[in-house]
Write a protein that binds this ligand. Structure first.
Ligand SMILES: [Zn+2]
Ligand SMILES: [Zn+2]
Length: 374
């Protein structure tokens, strides 16, 4: 009898004091939540609209980093109270974008796989993955090759493909189409074959507008944004190709007129002086948030740490003042500082009226951007 009373008491106590289920909380949400996840200079961005029909863009790095990055994505999926990924976009076939996919798919059901089509930059990693692994992953799901102009049907937010496989939209989006004054001073820039293939999406949630251009290079930005700006303006510019200077021409950054940028840079990837100058001279920019301190910024070009979500496993007492030049690619470069320990995402919460809040989950620093007058 005493035991029964004890058990009833225990169950009652658990019911009374149990925290509200995150899932139940999440289902009552009226906001769009965006998790910009630290995958060490790769990409992984999770969109969760009020319908909870989710969109993930990219899955982090390959090889030894794949389990780590997939684990970080799973943490965000759990935080959002999701049971599955409804739509996954792999922007392009670089290891820092599709690398963690097999590991992620082993942990979380993925219902639709969206990509730009075949790899155009021959390489063992991508070619083997596309031949041996990818078809098995989407065999029991939906597989979609994205075309510019496509709408990815997701309840509660509007997702438009604006570039894919090297093609860009020809017709402006609502709010776009005006002549782009930055085209006259455009300086070309290209780097490799796959970046320009990136699937790029424009996302609208009520009055809130954001764009993720994958790793589109400067030349593709020019095709998309000149002579007329087909996208119009955004509240938030996501990704910025890790903050690398092969992208982020003023024809895109300045013309998009973002109030906020959120950069998926790494410890020694992106955030170099040219990009930082372009972003910080962008008209109307209020803040840049970054996933990482980058050695390529140095103190001279860095954001204040409040806006930066991650340090490194063995943080130095001070960041050098001068930016370091990016080492030449290849095996001769000294290794970049590692960050395999606890990682923090940048969380964005948007209201349908266009108001949004950005939070640095490392230090709790948070800032709200009220609905703009325009
Ligand atoms: Zn990190
Ligand atoms: Zn990349």
């Amino acid at each position: 009898m005493r035991l029964v009373v004890f058990i009833i008491g225990l169950v009652l106590a658990m019911t009374l004091f149990a925290p509200a289920l995150p899932l139940a909380q999440a289902q009552n949400s009226k906001t769009l939540e965006i998790y910009v996840i630290d995958v060490e200079g790769g990409n992984a961005v999770l969109f969760v609209p009020p319908s909870r029909e989710s969109l993930l863009i990219d899955t982090g790095n390959a090889g030894a980093a794949a389990a780590r990055d997939a684990g970080r994505i799973v943490d965000a999926i759990k935080d959002a109270g999701l049971q599955q990924i409804d739509h996954l976009i792999i922007t392009h076939w670089h290891g820092d974008h599709f690398g963690g996919l097999a590991e992620l798919a082993a942990k979380v059901p993925i219902k639709e796989f969206i990509d730009h089509g075949p790899n155009v930059q021959p390489g063992e990693l991508a070619d083997n993955f596309l031949k041996n692994t990818y078809p098995q992953l989407y065999a029991k799901a939906k597989h979609t090759v994205a075309k510019p102009g496509d709408k990815i049907p997701i309840a509660g937010m509007d997702v438009r493909v604006v570039a894919s496989a090297g093609e860009v939209i020809k017709t402006p989006l609502p709010g776009g189409g005006k002549p782009n004054p930055y085209c006259a001073a455009y300086k070309p820039g290209e780097n490799n074959a796959e970046d320009p293939m990136s699937v790029a999406v424009f996302v609208t949630f009520g009055k809130f507008r954001t764009v993720h251009l994958g790793d589109l290079t400067k030349n593709k930005e020019f095709e998309l944004m000149c002579p007329n700006n087909r996208l119009g303006t955004v509240d938030v510019l996501l990704g910025l190709h890790h903050g690398q200077s092969t992208s982020n021409s003023p024809v895109a950054v300045h013309a998009l007129h973002p109030r906020v940028g959120i950069m998926n840079d790494g410890t020694r990837k992106g955030g170099e002086p040219e990009t930082m100058q372009t972003v910080h001279s962008s008209p109307g920019l209020e803040d840049l948030w970054q996933l990482h301190f980058s050695l390529l910024s140095g103190q001279e070009y860095t954001q204040p740490g409040m806006f930066i979500a991650n340090t490194i496993d063995d943080p130095p007492s001070a960041l050098p003042v001068a930016p370091i030049p990016a080492p030449p690619p290849g095996p001769g470069a000294p290794p970049a500082p590692v960050h395999n320990g606890k990682a923090y995402w940048i969380k964005l919460t948007a209201q349908p009226d266009g108001t949004f809040t950005v939070t640095n989950t490392r230090n709790g620093f948070s800032k709200s951007y009220n609905k703009s007058a325009t």
